[in-house]
Design a protein around this ligand. Structure first.
Ligand code: TRP
Ligand code: ZN
Length: 474
C-alpha cells in the first residue's frame, strides 16, 4: 500500500498534480485486504482532513446547547453515506467532545479515537456501493480550533451564546463527519437552546417549537454543502425575513447591538444579489441572507452557505466579497485546499468589479495600482504564486487574494469583456454544486478562450499562477 505523505512539495507542479491524483485515489480507496477506509483524503495541506472509502450524502444533526450547561452540548449526528469500497472500518473527523455510542445500520459499532480521527468498525462489514447510515451520540463543551495561519475557528463562545465557523478545519469541533471540501452533502440541523436564545444556521428554516424552557430551531440545507461552510449562530438576534422581488427568501439575523450600524449595508443585499447574478450567472441556492454578530465574536467574515457571517456590520465591499463566494467556493467548491485561490481570487475580483460598476476605480486601475505599489498594503504580495502556497499557513494570505484577483483581471484583459463574462458564467454553470480544482480551471479557460489568446493564457499560468516573484507585464 502507498503511504500517505503529509505534504507533496518537493516535486515540480506538473508531476505533483499527477502524484496528488494518484495519492487521492490510493489514500481514499482500495485499502488492501484490510478494507479499512483511509484516515484522510490526501489533501496536500491538511492530510488528516476528510476520510477515505465513502461519500456522505446527508447529515442530520440534532444538537442541544446551553451556554451555562455542563456539558454545554448534547448531540447526535445521523450520517447517510455511500461506500466507495468494501469497508471493515472507516473514519470520521471529530475533535474534542465525548463519544457515547456509535451505530451503523442500526447496530452498535466498535469505535476508537486518536486525535481528530474517530475510527468506526461496524458489526457487519459494508460492501462497495452500499448506502449506509451511521449515528454518533456525543456531548461535551465544544472548543475553538487554531489554524496554521494563527486564526481561530471551530466553536467560538460569544457574549450571548456561540458561533460555529468551519474554514478550513473548524467543523470537526461540533459534529463528526467527512470534513473535507471534496465531499459535499445536504443537511438538516435541529438546535435546542434556552428559550430566550435563537439558533440560526444554513439553508431555510424548517420549523420552530417551544417545549417548557427550551426552544428548538430547525434548518434545512437542500443544496450540497461542504462542511467548512456549515454554521451555527446561537444568541440573541433580531431575525428579519423577507423576499427579493423575484421571490428568493432572505433571512437576516443581527445581534441587537449591531442593528443600527448594519441597517444601511444590509438594505443593499437584494441589489448585491442582482448584481452578482448578472455577472456570475443564476444564484445557486434557495435562500440568501446574513448573520451579523459582534465585532469581537470572530476575527474575520466567512462565506457560510446561504448566509455569510460578519463580525460587526460589514462594509459594502465585504458584503460583495462574501456574496460572491456563494458562487465561488460554496457552489463551485475547491477540491483540495491547494485550490483555495479559486475562491479568494474571484471573491476579491468581485470587489473590484463592484467598485468599477459603482463608478469608483476601474478594475484596470486597481490592478495597476496593485502592480505598482501593492507591497505598501500587502507586503507578502509577491512572496509566492497563488497556485502553490508553500504551507497551510499561507492559504489565506495576500498572494491568494490579491495576486489571485490580478490573475482574473489578466484573463479578462486577454480575452476581452464579452468572452470574459461568458467564461465566468460558463465556469459557475459547469461546476454548479460540485467541486473543481485548478487544473479544471486552467483547462476550462484554455478551451473557452479564442485560439489567438492561447499563448498569452499560458503565460498567465506560468508567470502569475505558478511563477516565482513579480511577473513582467506583456
Ligand atoms: N474565506 C474568508 C473570506 O475571505 C476568510 C477566511 C476565514 C479564511 N477563515 C479562513 C481563509 C481560513 C482561509 C482559511 O471571506
Ligand atoms: Zn474570501
Amino acid at each position: 500500500m502507498v503511504s500517505c505523505p503529509r505534504r507533496i512539495a518537493v516535486v515540480p507542479r506538473y508531476v505533483r498534480s499527477v502524484l496528488v491524483l494518484l495519492l487521492l485515489t490510493a489514500c481514499s480507496g482500495g485499502g488492501g485486504q484490510g478494507a479499512d477506509g483511509a484516515a484522510g483524503v490526501g489533501d496536500p495541506y491538511f492530510p488528516k482532513s476528510g476520510n477515505g472509502g465513502y461519500d456522505v450524502t446527508h447529515y442530520g444533526l440534532t444538537l442541544a446547547y446551553d451556554p451555562e450547561g455542563a456539558p454545554a452540548l448534547t448531540a447526535s449526528a445521523a450520517i447517510t453515506a455511500r461506500a466507495g469500497q468494501d469497508l471493515d472500518s472507516f473514519h470520521l473527523d471529530l475533535k474534542g467532545l465525548d463519544v457515547k455510542e456509535v451505530t451503523v445500520e442500526g447496530t452498535r459499532a466498535d469505535w476508537s479515537r486518536s486525535g481528530q480521527e474517530l475510527k468506526v468498525r461496524p458489526a457487519h462489514p459494508l460492501d462497495k456501493g452500499e448506502t449506509f447510515r451511521v449515528t454518533v451520540a456525543y456531548s461535551g463543551t465544544p472548543r475553538p480550533i487554531s489554524d496554521p495561519d494563527g486564526s481561530t475557528e471551530g466553536w467560538l463562545r460569544t457574549a450571548d451564546g456561540a458561533l460555529a465557523l468551519g474554514e478550513p478545519v473548524g467543523s470537526m469541533a461540533w459534529f463528526p463527519g467527512n470534513h473535507h471540501p471534496s465531499d459535499k452533502a445536504s443537511y438538516d440541523i435541529a438546535v435546542t437552546v434556552p428559550k430566550d436564545l435563537t439558533a440560526v444556521s444554513n439553508g431555510e428554516p424548517a420549523g420552530e417549537r417551544t417545549t417548557g424552557s427550551r426552544r428548538t430551531f430547525t434548518w434545512h440545507t437542500r443544496e450540497p454543502m461542504a462542511s467548512y461552510l456549515a454554521t451555527l449562530a446561537i444568541g440573541r438576534y433580531t431575525v428579519t425575513r423577507s423576499t427579493t422581488k423575484d421571490g428568493l427568501p432572505v433571512y437576516v439575523a443581527v445581534d441587537p447591538s449591531q442593528k443600527s450600524a448594519s441597517r444601511e449595508v444590509l438594505a443593499r443585499l437584494p441589489e448585491v444579489m442582482d448584481w452578482a447574478r448578472l455577472n456570475f450567472g443564476p444564484y445557486p441556492f434557495s435562500s440568501t441572507g446574513a448573520i451579523v454578530d459582534r465585532p469581537e465574536d470572530a476575527g474575520y467574515a466567512l462565506e457560510t452557505q446561504n448566509r455569510p457571517v460578519f463580525p460587526g456590520a460589514p462594509d459594502t465591499a465585504t458584503l460583495v466579497h462574501e456574496i460572491a463566494h456563494q458562487w465561488f467556493g460554496d457552489s463551485v467548491t475547491p477540491r483540495t485546499w491547494r485550490d483555495m485561490w479559486l475562491n479568494e481570487s474571484f471573491a476579491t475580483y468581485a470587489e473590484w468589479l463592484w467598485e468599477e460598476d459603482e463608478g469608483g476605480a476601474t478594475a484596470e486601475e486597481t490592478f495597476t495600482d496593485l502592480y505598482d505599489n501593492g507591497e505598501d498594503d500587502y507586503p507578502d504580495l509577491w512572496d509566492f504564486p497563488p497556485g502553490d502556497p508553500p504551507t497551510a499557513a499561507d492559504i489565506s494570505s495576500d498572494p491568494v487574494y490579491q495576486r489571485g484577483a490580478m490573475i482574473i483581471h489578466r484573463i479578462r484583459r486577454t480575452v476581452g469583456d464579452d468572452t470574459f463574462y461568458d467564461l465566468v458564467q460558463g465556469w459557475t454553470a459547469t461546476h454548479r454544486h460540485g467541486t473543481a480544482d485548478t487544473d479544471d480551471f486552467t483547462a476550462y479557460v484554455e478551451k473557452q478562450a479564442p485560439d489567438e489568446d492561447f499563448d498569452e493564457i499560458e503565460e498567465i499560468w506560468d508567470d502569475w499562477l505558478y511563477g516565482k516573484g513579480k511577473p513582467e507585464l506583456p
